[in-house]
Design a binder for this molecule. Structure first.
Ligand code: MOS
Length: 744
């Protein structure tokens, strides 16, 4: 790495990259802890009912098996459901692992086998015999659609669909062009590279350090304290590095609870890693059935939108995503009627998955816009241009910035959209039908809902440390924070050490909602400002120095440069030594601008263009080109930000063509819970992707003008591909994934 000063806006490589590629970065299951026991989870083999008996004798007779923990012999756990609530859980009663004899879903954890070795625990788990009393289950989402209901409690107030506006019926009746269709999407599973895993280091007297795969160390800390009765100060949760998560690690996972339960029972250190198969049964993006109707006038101006979505949830919690609201605010439209309901299936509670709700709802909306464009005979991009709006009609507030027109323009130019011919099936090359489709996208640009803190410490050697309990789930948080702090003090990135992922560090909420760059970034900036003020104060105490105006001070390469100093500059390390300080620290807190949010609202936007080639005879679909133009405010690091968009595009491609969770409803069991049969794109499925960040300055969106890029990349991708498939083949496939059989 060069000794150049870190700057925001520079495409520097991840500061944690060398550690990760050399295997030096440790993940939750990789921490070496002395005297470690290994735990393996036994899953239920029925989807609903109760456990009559668990026979662990054969398992316990096996050499190396230490214990088999079940609901019958577990140590004391909290009784009230409230104790199992985490900071981001939905309304309802969370699942309580190993609490009682009830089985709520297939592959529910019902026992933990602990062994001296992983192999002993695994073999023991295979020997546990369970007798059940079955009850009828229902895992078929399509069979419960008629039992849908409106959730009584919203997850957060803003998630509720807005009140209807205008007269949708009358407006539709009077409109020249209209479409109404139903879109369906199946459950998707997050499948990050790192498994759910926990290593609990038992430190005696009820004191534990928990290395956990999570998006929020302090969320897990609170959960373990409440559910398992530890003192908060005795639980330290560490998630220094996280191998992807996509929302699966927002809520504490059962691996954390079960490993800690075993450690508490045995007063020993315990490691538990769930299998890839087990991960499938613990969280998913909910299935959805969406009815969407659009109408427009002669000129292609929208007159009415009606969007009704039903999404899956579990019997015990009302998981909710913002799914339909987007349809009332993405485009100018005088009348809108948006409704959102849930239907219960006997599965675990669904969870947030990258751009939760938006990836689902805007798939339907953006496909509907394409269908309307064809009904009206207007170019799909032109139709969207004609309906541009910079006011949030749901909330009746101005949007702080919306460079979507620049996304349209630059994306279309890079893609070559003007060369597209409108008629389906009109572009071909040999035996391949070529389809060009596009979609718009919008996602929240909001700061974290709770205050976010960071500490910056200057040490005697002139090095800077940034510390926050934020999680870097692979997105580049370490890097952008090093850039922010390095820029503030004119230091190269290697002089800045960033410490994250530890519940003992300054408070941060879970890493989610694309809010961490804006929130933790602003906290670091604030901490740097306060550290500079403290350094100036220290400088004023120097011999012969009195008045140092703050606005004339400059910090560069470990120096405080000021015309009021006798020598013009002073080394920061020297300042500390003179004041007899080993180090000097300052903290900063970033808070959402609540007053500002009463007046306006911020979003990120995108325009996605996709090219597909469909084999005329075989129906094989290839996505050969995607251009994603993004308006997301200030981009702190174009390299890591681009990677976020690339990942989002690949996940959108996956949503459109590959991912399909298949349940055998007779058993209530997921049948393809492995990478052989649950398809995700491989390198060969991903061809050209171009990412464009359009210029957008928005000081109102957040103190640094940052909007966040973790989720916007996936929004609209499935629709753009779906629309391209129609353009190639003339066939509308409205249920995802678009597999070959549906094109035949
Ligand atoms: Mo994101 S689905 O909020 O981790």
């Amino acid at each position: 790495m060069s000794a150049q000063v870190a700057r925001t806006g520079q495409p520097i490589s991840r500061v944690d990259g060398p550690l990760k590629v050399s295997g030096t970065a440790h993940y939750a299951a990789e921490y070496a802890v002395p005297d470690l026991l290994h735990a393996v989870v036994v899953d239920s083999t029925i989807a609903k009912g109760r456990i009559v008996a668990i026979d662990a004798s054969a398992a316990l007779a096996l050499t190396g098996v230490v214990s088999v923990i079940t609901h019958d012999n577990r140590p004391h756990v909290a009784q009230l459901r409230y104790a199992y609530k985490d900071t981001v859980g939905p309304p309802g009663g969370p699942f309580k692992p190993l609490f009682d004899d009830k089985v709520h879903f297939d592959a529910q954890p019902i026992a933990v086998v602990v062994g001296e070795t992983y192999e002993a625990a695994r073999d023991g788990a295979a020997l546990v015999r369970v007798t059940y009393e079955r009850e009828p289950h229902q895992t078929d989402f399509s069979a419960v659609l008629d039992q849908s209901y409106k959730p009584s409690l919203p997850r957060i107030a803003i998630a509720r669909p807005p009140k209807p506006r205008g007269d949708v019926e009358a407006a539709t009746a009077q409109s020249t062009f209209k479409i109404a269709q139903t879109w369906k999407s199946v459950a998707e599973h997050h499948n990050p590279m790192e498994m759910f895993a926990t290593t609990v280091a038992w430190e005696g007297e009820g004191k534990i350090t928990v290395y956990d795969k999570t998006q929020g160390s302090q969320n897990v800390q609170l959960y373990l304290k409440q559910s398992l009765g530890f003192k908060l100060k005795n639980v330290r949760v560490v998630n220094t590095y996280v191998g992807g998560a996509f929302g699966s690690g927002l809520r504490p996972q059962h691996s954390a609870f079960l490993a800690t339960l075993a450690a508490k029972a045995l007063r020993r250190s315990v490691r538990l890693m769930l299998t890839r198969q087990q991960m499938f049964s613990l969280c998913y993006r909910p299935d959805a059935a969406q009815d969407l109707a659009l109408a427009c006038d002669e000129a292609g101006r929208l007159t009415a939108v009606r969007h009704h979505a039903v999404c899956a949830t579990s019997p015990f919690e009302d998981h909710q995503d913002v799914t339909v609201n987007w349809s009332g605010m993405a485009y100018a439209c005088p009348s809108a009627h948006l409704t959102y309901e849930l239907a219960k299936v006997d599965t675990c509670t669904p969870s947030d998955m990258r751009a939760p709700g938006a990836a689902t709802g805007q798939f339907a909306l953006e496909c509907a816009m394409d269908e309307l464009a064809y009904a009206a005979g207007i170019d799909p991009l032109e139709l969207r241009r004609r309906n541009f709006v910079d006011h949030d009609q749901n909330l009746d507030k101005p949007i702080t910035s919306k460079a979507l027109e620049a996304c349209y323009e630059q994306g279309a130019a890079a893609f070559g959209w003007s060369r597209r011919s409108m008629a389906p099936g009109s572009m071909r090359e040999d035996h391949e039908l070529i389809g060009w489709g596009m979609a718009g996208g919008v996602w929240d640009a909001r700061m974290a809902p709770t205050p976010t803190r960071a500490r910056v410490t200057l040490s005697a050697d002139g090095g800077l440390e940034v510390a926050a309990a934020a999680s870097d789930i692979g997105t580049g948080t370490y890097t952008i924070l090093a850039q922010i702090a390095g820029e503030a003090f004119g230091l190269p990135p290697e002089r800045v050490t960033v410490r994250l992922g530890d519940s003992t560090l300054p408070f941060n909420p879970v890493e989610g909602g694309s809010w961490m760059a804006a929130s933790t970034g602003a906290a670091v900036q604030k901490a740097c400002d306060r550290l500079k003020a403290a350094l100036l104060k220290a400088a004023r105490k120097q011999e012969g120095v009195r008045h140092l105006k703050a606005d004339q001070a400059r910090f560069d390469q470990g120096l405080l440069i000021h015309p009021g100093l006798p020598t013009g500059a002073i080394a920061l390390a020297g300042l500390l030594a003179a004041a007899d300080m080993a180090s000097l620290a300052a903290t900063g807190t970033a808070v959402m601008d609540m007053i500002g949010m009463l007046k306006h609202i911020s979003y990120t936007h995108s325009a996605v263009f996709a090219e597909v080639r469909v084999d005329e005879e075989l129906g094989v679909i290839r996505v050969t080109r995607v251009v994603s133009a993004i308006a997301a405010g200030r981009i702190l690091n174009p390299k890591t930000a681009r990677s976020q968009i690339l990942g989002g595009v690949v996940m959108g491609l996956s949503q459109a063509l590959h991912e399909e969770a298949l349940t055998d409803h007779r058993l209530g069991r997921l049948m393809n819970h492995n990478f052989a049969e649950y398809h995700i794109p491989t390198n060969a499925d991903v061809e050209e992707i171009e990412v464009i960040f359009v210029e957008e300055q928005d000081p109102k969106a957040s103190p640094l003008g940052v909007k966040g890029v973790g989720e916007i990349g996936i929004v609209g991708v499935a629709a753009a591909i779906s629309n391209a498939v129609f353009h190639a083949t003339g066939k509308r496939v409205r249920d995802l994934p678009i597999t070959i059989d549906k094109l035949m």
